[in-house]
Design a protein around this ligand. Structure first.
Ligand code: URP
Ligand code: ZN
Ligand code: ZN
Length: 464
């Protein structure tokens, strides 16, 4: 199979030029001007950007959490991701406390195989790590799982103590892998939550009011400090506040090897969303919580100047009617998480490039290249180059859409609301190509469940 993309404006993290792109089977095989070649399929990309498919390094498909399971599985979630221009996700497998991480990996392979329509990798959520199990971490790396996530939040569920953190971090550092941190002081937060509930404060807004940014900043500081001593690079996930970002910058100034991502929810939504009528605020119960609006400017600044490396979604959808209501009488029982895997590229292009905050190259870097490099996928993923996988998005920089659960162009996620409801965006993923095959064009689905492949990721290379 061959595919020729003509007349596009090819944008990578570093380049911006007009060219034709020739794809043979699943790889880009030639890039040049006015290529005189026949192809099985020809796409005219005049007036469009030709960018690498999005890499979302933080999703939770089919994830048991908060007494229920995230509503997108690998079939519905990867299809929705593709509609939004994302062609690779890195999802989180979860070790059951006391059980083998290798068993957890098998479980997540079974969830994804035959269902995913785009390529995927896994991080491993480590929930305990006795000495006798440390060898498993090297095995995971050999299996292509070269990053771990550990939680300072959610005591009694995913939380690990500092000893476990240090033990796992040391081994991860020895093995050349990367540690992702959910950095929030969950122990103190749980105390604040108990106090609030005792005072009858049960509505969704208290989710935010019981999780101060200082406790995120403390978690960021502590996790980086432990990682420095353990000798491992650390990647702070879903960083939400200026307070936390300051700790990343301070650590970097003293030479710590630290990276951080933020997510669209922290760039576009704010704490006032919890004041919505009735129980509506539950739609935005996610961890970390939404912050005061002024934090958004600080995060955008961090994205512009390189303090933050990547934008993931932390896609973890729960239906409002059937799942969020588990916490109707008690905010602490609302399943934590929100949808977003489909809307990332449009939101970031709109708020970033169209709003004049970041360049179009930086947009590509933040939504694709940086994650590919950090998580051992580059140059297979994360760029448009000869020899790379032909994961390509033909992106219309002018097309406007209003994001809505009712807009068939912006919502394919299996969840009964859209967190970005009513936001108008400029920039839309019109044609999406996964390993040389057009899987989305003009909002029509041409992909197939099971076509997505597990990608074995490389060790941490230090590149960014
Ligand atoms: O609220 C969130 N973020 N849910 C998903 C789990 C996590 O902490 O990433
Ligand atoms: Zn987290
Ligand atoms: Zn997450």
């Amino acid at each position: 199979m061959s595919l020729l993309i003509r007349n596009g404006r090819v944008v990578t993290a570093s380049d911006d030029y007009r060219a034709d792109i020739y794809v043979e089977d699943d790889k880009v095989s030639l890039i040049g001007n006015s290529l005189d070649l026949q192809a099985d399929e020809v796409i005219d990309a005049s007036g469009k950007l030709v960018i690498p498919g999005g890499v979302d390094p933080h999703t939770h498909m089919d994830m048991p959490f908060g007494g229920t399971t995230s509503s997108d599985d690998f079939e519905s979630g990867t299809r929705a991701a593709a509609f939004g221009g994302t062609t690779t996700i890195i999802d989180f497998a979860i070790q059951i406390k006391g059980n083998s991480t290798l068993e957890a990996l098998e479980t997540w392979h079974a969830k994804a195989e035959g269902k995913a329509s785009i390529d995927y990798g896994f991080h491993m959520i480590v929930t305990d790590m006795e000495d006798k199990r440390l060898w498993e971490m090297r095995r995971l790396a050999d299996e292509g799982v070269t990053s771990y996530k550990m939680f300072m939040a959610y005591p009694g569920v995913l939380y690990v103590d500092d000893g476990t953190l240090f033990r796992a971090m040391r081994k991860a550092g020895d093995d050349g892998t990367l540690v992702c941190m959910h950095a929030e002081n969950g122990i103190v937060i749980d105390e604040i939550v108990k106090l609030a509930l005792k005072e009858g404060k049960t509505s969704p807004k208290y989710h935010a009011l019981t999780r101060p940014t200082r406790m995120e900043a403390e978690g960021v500081h502590r996790s980086i400090a432990i990682a420095e001593v353990a000798g491992v690079p650390v990647y702070i996930v879903h960083l939400s506040s200026a307070d936390a970002l300051e700790q990343v910058n301070l650590a970097r100034k003293r030479g710590a090897l630290v990276f951080a991502e933020t997510c669209p929810q922290y760039l576009f939504l704010d704490i006032d969303y919890y004041d919505r009528e009735g129980f509506e605020g539950a739609k935005y119960v996610m961890t970390p919580a939404l912050r005061e609006r002024w934090n958004q400017d600080e995060l955008w600044r961090g994205l512009k100047f390189g303090d933050l490396q990547s934008i993931s979604t932390d896609h973890c959808p729960f239906c409002f009617k059937d799942q969020k209501t588990l916490g109707i009488d008690d905010f602490s029982k609302i399943p934590n998480g929100a949808p977003g895997v489909e809307n990332r590229l449009s939101l970031v292009y709109n708020g970033g490039v169209a709003a004049g905050r970041i360049s179009v190259n930086r947009f590509v870097e933040l939504t694709s290249t940086a994650a590919a490099k950090l998580f051992g996928l580059f140059p297979k993923k994360g760029t448009v180059a000869v020899g790379s996988d032909a994961d390509i998005v033909i992106f219309d920089p002018e097309r406007r859409e209003t994001i809505s659960v009712d807009n068939p162009c912006t919502h394919h996620m299996r969840v009964d609301y859209n967190a970005y409801e009513g936001i108008e965006t400029q920039g839309f993923s019109e044609t999406v190509i996964s390993r040389g095959k057009v899987i989305v064009s003009n909002n029509e689905w041409h992909g197939s469940s099971g076509a997505g492949q597990f990608v074995k990721r490389g060790l941490f290379s230090g590149a960014n």
